[in-house]
Design a protein around this ligand. Structure first.
Ligand code: HEM
Length: 124
């Protein structure tokens, strides 16, 4: 992996779209997670998609629409303990497994998600 290229440049927006889609299909199937999310998952999927585009080096549409991410603060209204983190992380791992991407890139994305998901824990 050329370190001057972003994940966005390496995999393209279609893969990030697919990742967000499969992730939300997993949310829909997981009753522990599902009750935290709004009735209509489509707008939520779009928010995640735009956020991930931005985080992985693509266009900053998320922040144009939603402002500074401040993700921990935006998640403060849900009780997120390590078990909830595991549910979330498993959904993301399933989504990552659906992408045909270079294992090195998958590894880089996974370590970002592990770190971010740990950071979202706000309850023992
Ligand atoms: C660790 C467990 C997590 C839980 C239980 C959780 C749960 C939720 C829920 C219920 C929403 C509301 C859906 C919506 O209407 O947009 C949400 C929003 C969001 N989550 Fe998470 N989340 C977790 C971790 C993460 C992580 C690790 C990331 C990023 C890598 C993330 C990124 C987002 C984004 C970008 C939004 C939309 C924020 C906005 O603009 O309002 N979440 N999350």
């Amino acid at each position: 992996m050329n370190s001057t290229q972003t994940i966005y440049e390496l995999i393209g927006e279609e893969k990030i779209r697919q990742l967000s889609k499969v992730f939300y299909q997993e949310i829909a199937k997981n009753e522990v997670l599902r009750r935290l999310y709004p009735k209509d998952l489509q707008p939520a999927e779009e928010r995640l998609y735009l956020f991930l585009l931005q985080v992985f080096g693509g266009p900053g549409i998320y922040s144009e629409q939603r402002g500074h991410p401040r993700l921990r603060m935006r998640h403060a209204k849900w009780k997120i303990d390590s078990s909830m983190r595991d549910h979330w992380m498993n959904a993301m791992l399933v989504a990552l497994d659906h992408l045909s991407i270079d294992p090195t890139i998958r590894e880089a994305m996974m370590s970002y998600f592990v770190k971010a998901a740990n950071h979202m824990i706000n309850h023992a």
